[in-house]
Write a protein that binds this ligand. Structure first.
Ligand code: C5P
Length: 237
């Protein structure tokens, strides 16, 4: 099966406790998906959970979105990389110096995880930017921060699938676009408003798809994952 080498689906483990996350993970297969651990689960379960997932051969995206002074972010990225994660992230709005320091931290770790950045959170509106003193149109600011991320030497950005097409034209082909807000046609929309199917997101230039509830809340999570992988099989390698 071609998607066993580099699964495109990153399952978002949005759970409050390690036990619930591990119960879901026991139904999944590291050849079919990667996993994302965010602030809630990491704060509750700690680095030990990450090590457990890595021992189970899963590639883990540690989604902690670091944003602090460069030296602090550098040390945090080094510590996160030492856990053996596959990907980690920072906020691009921390600036070039912070992103370059983050990259240094990753390199110091002797591991080789992808380091990506969040541009503008999709929960932010133009009004929120204005409030912060940013007058540039939101879409332009997203592109600006993605280019800044690329120039700083990072490997990609997290972005809405809706932004993927525009960003893909603005950045290099190998720059990673990691997109949440993905829903198979048959799945519930949940609280996501601007959604895209897995197939369409990849067509628009997404590199990896973050998918949570359509898999984690499915009656049969493995079969939900299999169905998504079957839909996107032509894009996997
Ligand atoms: O369950 P669902 O597929 O909506 O989960 C999507 C995951 O992606 C969650 O972990 C959510 O926090 C994250 N995310 C998102 N939208 C963004 C950034 C991250 O849904 N703009």
């Amino acid at each position: 099966m071609s998607n066993t080498l580099d699964p495109k689906v990153i399952v978002a483990l949005d759970f409050a406790e390690a036990s619930n996350a591990l119960s879901l993970v026991s139904q999944l297969d590291p050849k079919l998906c990667k996993l994302k651990v965010g602030k809630e689960l990491f704060t509750a379960a700690g680095p030990q959970l990450i090590e457990t997932l890595v021992e189970k051969d899963f590639q883990v995206f540690l989604d902690l979105k670091f944003h602090d002074i460069p030296n602090t972010v550098k040390k945090a990225c080094q510590a996160a990389s030492n856990l053996g994660v596959w990907m980690l992230n920072v906020h691009a709005s921390g600036g070039s110096d912070m992103m370059q320091a983050a990259l240094e931290g990753v390199h110091n770790s002797q591991q080789n995880p992808y380091l990506i950045a969040v541009t503008i959170l999709t929960s932010m509106s133009q009004d929120n930017l204005t409030e912060l003193g940013i007058s540039r149109p939101l879409e332009e600011q997203v592109t600006h921060l993605a280019k800044l991320t690329q120039t700083a030497g990072l490997h990609g950005v997290v972005c809405s699938a809706m932004e993927a097409e525009t960003l893909r034209k603005a950045v290099n082909d190998d720059f990673l676009l990691v997109t949440p807000g993905i829903r198979p046609v048959t799945a519930s929309q949940d609280d996501q408003t601007r959604i895209m199917t897995p197939e369409k997101a990849l067509t628009k230039g997404a590199s990896y798809l973050v998918i949570g509830r359509p898999i984690t809340q499915a009656d049969d999570p493995l079969s939900a994952l299999h169905n998504i992988n079957a839909d996107i099989n032509q894009y996997t390698s």
